[in-house]
Design a protein around this ligand. Structure first.
Ligand code: MSP
Length: 726
């Protein structure tokens, strides 16, 4: 039997699930369901990436052991997959991989040993011991070269990651290296000989030019004293493996590489090679490092590496909590059906490119394409069969003597016109699906919806029903519509498994336990006319009720405000935000937030905090929202003659022009210390003049000690200018 293996990236166990994760799951799930329809034995792997300094630090912040931290995050991923029906129980993934599993340690050690024994194409040892000196970004889990970081404003400070804008760690220690530099030619040969290895084409080109530019050897271990939460290097437990080396290996250890038990249960021999679905931000690891490790180990290469783009907000900005432009999974869950979300994700993002995700756009698409489109076609067809045909599928046959009448009613009497259209549409749809062009595939399917809708509107069954002579025409129209629906159920099942199963049942096709379901019908084998006359349809229920945009947006906004006001009690449910960064690897929310969820209420932590600092009178949230707090970036800073306490700053708060702000901090901060700093600014403070200069806002600082030393409030994470603090 043919087999197929598809993987999602494994998600960092320092951060709660968000839209980016949901998206990769939906795409992989769609691919897996399509393969299963074709009768191919499919294995769909997802899971969590649980080692490394990032997880260690998140655990520390939250007062947990790394394993507890991982367990905590895993519980939210499992909740997300269950809520969105992506788990095994609902026909989704086959295995949730965790890299803290002992079999993974075993498998990954086996791979290391293979590589450690290998010679590179240039005859050198593939792994060697050396000394690493350089900068490491914990959030990217990546060593950074000079062009990948921003130099510090003050000499001696660490540089900043260009992606996360967080400070880099200095690493200077003995390390094992993988001799990546020797694999450039072999990799280029691989990309040349297999043009479909990295997809889409634009990403393949990027990867090829990166490799052609020359590769450097890769540090693949850390001292256990620096990173203890990792897989020990075989025969040298003072070192732990570089997390990417070990995380990538999950794709083979999960199915049995280096472990007999897993081999028996799943089967490396049976399922490898895999199709790896990844975000474009982690393409280099998958398309360069991973193939190089496999080349060295003598293990077959993956089937393909397919990279998707990133979700941005409706105006094309990165999503972040501070910007208030995130998509919350529990808002999605509360207001939208799972299949509407799946449809939107697959339809809206041109695969490979970045896409924009906004609640309003989701409502619009749900209403236009689903409520008025597929949902309406289904309900009008079935309602008319119930009303005009006593609830059983009529015959599509038109006898010779009625052909003219049918033509007069506006029906194309050649049934092949519609069946041919459908067959052609199906073939196109499948081509797009195989090429991961989900958006185009759906567009094609919706051209079928439009065509059948038009057939119904032209023939006007409600008029035909009044004329006994037109009974056959009426029946033919309804049969064709119902048969098209049956096809659409099968075609669209991988993308919208819930709605299509519902339509299938409403068509009366799921009545017996052994009846085939869209999950098991190969769309390529669909034949026109296989919907049997006389099939009793089921109860007709609305599939995609229209969403009242104004009301729903109001509810969504209120929910957002409540969350902000109540300490975001939803923060640690499976509803975390879409990643603010391209890599999605930002660390988990601060401890207070985590604990709020642990106690089940956001309010407790907030009250406790307030009590702790002795706040005696409370303000209402509406009082607080009167203050417009914004993130600003200090562009210039200078002293003011004869004013030894004041600094004159220009600050970019995301407006057209930077603001001029005077700050009484000159005795504690030099102008140079402030350049480029991200600060918090009260943006709606009435401007006032000081020493002849207008101050257009105020920066926030803690007042420390008896002398009230100002310590400027700043941000340690990626945050755009102008983002609102709330
Ligand atoms: N742990 C690594 C992957 C190791 S695979 C051997 C990792 N984890 S992640 O949790 O940061 O990201 C997981 C996936 O989510 C990545 O494919 C990433 O591209 C995807 N997304 C994160 N944010 C995203 C968006 N805003 N939009 C779409 N996908 C995004 O990287």
């Amino acid at each position: 039997m043919k087999t197929f293996y598809v993987t999602t990236p494994i998600y960092y166990a320092n951060s709660l699930p968000h839209l980016g994760h949901l998206y990769t799951m939906v795409v992989a799930d769609t691919i897996a369901r399509h393969k299963r329809q074709q009768g191919i034995e499919t294995f769909f792997l997802t899971g969590t990436d649980e080692h490394g300094i990032n997880i260690e630090r998140a655990a520390q912040r939250n007062g947990r052991t790394p394993k507890e931290q991982a367990d905590y995050v895993v519980s939210y991923f499992k909740k997300m997959t269950a809520e969105f029906r992506l788990d095994t129980e609902h026909g989704g993934y086959d295995m949730f991989m965790r890299t803290s599993e002992p079999f993974h340690y075993q498998g990954v050690s086996e791979l290391w040993r293979h590589i450690a024994r290998a010679k590179t194409p240039k005859g050198n040892d593939a792994i060697y011991k050396g000394h690493y000196e350089g900068w490491f970004c914990a959030a990217c889990a990546e060593y950074k070269t000079e062009d990948e970081y921003a130099k510090p404003a003050t000499a001696g400070d660490p540089p900043t990651c260009l992606i996360h804008e967080t400070l880099l760690d200095r690493v200077s220690e003995d390390s094992y290296f993988f001799r990546l530099a020797d694999y450039g030619d072999a990799l280029l040969e691989l990309y040349e000989s297999r043009p479909d290895f990295v997809r889409p084409e634009s990403r393949r080109n990027e990867v090829m030019s990166f490799v052609a530019g020359g590769l450097q050897d890769l540090s693949v271990s850390r001292l256990r004293t620096s990173v203890s939460w990792g897989v020990p290097v075989p025969d040298d437990p003072e070192h732990t493996m570089y997390v990417w080396f070990e995380a990538l290996t999950n794709y083979i250890t999960a199915i049995g590489f280096g472990n007999e038990e897993r081999e028996r249960v799943v089967g490396f021999e049976k399922f490898w090679p895999a199709l790896h679905l990844v975000g474009k931000d982690i393409l280099r690891f998958h398309a360069v490092y991973w193939p190089a490790f496999l080349l060295a180990a003598g293990v077959e290469q993956p089937r393909a590496i397919v990279a998707h783009g990133m979700w941005l907000d409706p105006v094309g900005k990165k999503m972040s909590k501070t910007m208030g432009n995130t998509i919350e999974l529990d808002v999605l869950n509360r207001h939208f059906s799972i299949d509407a979300i799946r449809y939107f994700c697959l339809r809206e993002m041109v695969f490979g490119q970045d896409g924009r995700f906004g609640y309003e756009a989701l409502i619009d698409r749900t209403n236009s394409d689903l409520a008025s489109g597929l949902g309406n076609l289904s309900s009008r067809t079935l309602t008319m069969i119930a009303r005009y045909c006593d609830g059983s599928v009529p015959s599509g046959f038109i006898s010779e003597d009625k052909l003219l009448l049918a033509k007069r009613a506006g029906l194309d009497t050649e049934e092949t016109a519609i069946s041919g259209f459908l067959e052609h549409g199906r073939d196109q749809f499948l081509q797009h699906l195989e090429a991961f062009a989900f958006s185009k595939a759906l567009e094609t399917a919706w051209s079928v919806v439009a065509r059948v809708d038009k057939m119904i509107s032209d023939a006007k069954p409600w008029d035909l029903a009044k004329d006994e002579n037109q009974k056959q025409t009426l029946n033919a129209v309804l049969y064709r519509a119902a048969e098209t629906l049956r096809w659409l159920c099968v075609l669209l099942f991988p993308m919208m498994p819930n709605a299509t199963t519902e339509i299938w049942n409403q068509l009366g096709l799921g009545s017996s336990a052994d009846a085939p379901t869209p999950a098991r019908i190969d769309p390529a084998k669909l034949k026109w006319g296989e919907l049997r006359e006389g099939t009793t349809i089921g109860e007709v229920k609305p599939l995609f009720p229209r969403i009242d945009k104004v009301k729903t947006m109001k509810e969504i906004n209120e929910q957002g405000q409540e969350a902000a006001a109540g300490g975001r009690s939803d923060e640690a449910s499976s509803t975390a935000n879409a990643s603010p960064t391209a890599s999605g690897s930002e660390s988990v929310s601060p401890p207070a937030v985590i604990e709020q969820s642990a106690s089940g209420s956001g309010q407790h932590a907030t009250e406790a905090d307030a009590g702790a600092v002795g706040v005696t009178s409370f303000i209402d949230i509406t009082d607080f929202t009167k203050v417009d707090l914004r993130v600003g970036e200090v562009l210039t800073a200078e002293r003011i003659p004869k004013a030894d306490k004041l600094l004159l700053l220009t600050v970019d708060v995301g407006e057209e022009k930077p603001r001029q702000i005077l700050a009484g901090i000159a005795q504690f901060y030099s102008p140079e210390q402030l350049l480029g700093r991200k600060i918090a600014v009260v943006a709606n403070l009435k401007p006032r003049k000081l020493r002849g200069y207008e101050s257009q806002g105020m920066l926030l600082a803690a007042s420390v000690g008896e002398e009230g030393k100002p310590v400027i409030a700043t941000f340690t994470e990626d945050v755009p200018n102008g983002a609102r603090l709330k």
